[in-house]
Design a protein around this ligand. Structure first.
Ligand SMILES: Nc1ncnc2c1ncn2[C@@H]1O[C@H](COP(=O)(O)OP(=O)(O)OP(=O)(O)O)[C@@H](O)[C@H]1O
Length: 196
């Protein structure tokens, strides 16, 4: 179980607290929806859970232990705009290889086209790059995925395809925190919805 316990965070010693004493847990094999007004700290919470930010106070544990062993982080954060999470000087092949060497089945299931491999991030569409970012995150060590509005810029067909793919992974034990303003989406996919 991924657990945030009395988590507080501020972006600087004099900055106001963005999160105060937040408690949240995500079990393997469940999707927890996270909603709340703009600026309430949803993305900040997601980035804390994935180890991109250090809590000001409080703890994040996986099965009661500190999260990462210093290699591939078992909690991966995916942003709405994957272009910010990719090095523009790297080809798609190198971006994916940073995470792992994906098998043919996973590549096919995600609709990854071999012709994208030689291109740079700006040479594929936003939806294609989101699939690439998702493929990179799916390395064998992945246990929890923070999906921050990951399908909000995609067309309805691509949205359904990506969530159907992820629901299958959830049935195999992946835990997901789905951050979204789209209540209808969260009610369709999430086991429960938490509001901050
Ligand atoms: N790097 C940063 N430095 C300083 N303040 C920041 C930084 N990133 C975010 N904030 C502030 O922290 C607060 C929470 O931002 P965050 O992006 O976590 O909210 P959110 O709930 O995800 O919002 P939205 O629904 O609009 O995406 C906001 O007031 C934002 O301005």
């Amino acid at each position: 179980m991924l657990t945030a316990n009395r988590l507080s965070f501020r972006y600087g010693a004099r900055a106001p607290y963005v999160l105060r004493d937040v408690a949240l847990s995500i079990h393997p094999g469940e999707i927890v929806g996270l909603s709340g007004p703009s600026g309430r700290g949803k993305s900040t919470l997601g980035r804390l859970l994935a180890g991109h930010l250090e809590p000001t106070s409080g703890t994040i544990t996986i099965d009661d232990r500190a999260g990462s062993n210093g290699q591939f982080h078992p909690v991966q954060y995916l942003h709405q705009s994957p272009i910010f999470a990719t090095d523009p000087r790297w080809r798609i092949s190198r971006i994916i290889a940073e995470g792992w060497s994906p098998d043919e089945v996973t590549r096919t299931e995600l609709g990854i086209d071999d012709s994208w491999y030689a291109r740079y991030p700006h040479e594929v569409s936003g939806g294609e790059l989101q699939r690439v970012a998702l493929l990179r995150a799916l390395a064998p060590g992945l246990r929890y995925l923070i999906a921050d509005e990951i399908t909000s810029m995609l067309d309805p067909v691509a949205q359904v395809e990506i969530w159907q793919f992820l629901l299958k992974r959830v049935r195999q034990g992946l835990g997901i925190l789905a951050i979204s303003h789209d209540r209808a989406l969260l009610e369709r996919i999430a086991t429960r919805v938490v509001t901050i």
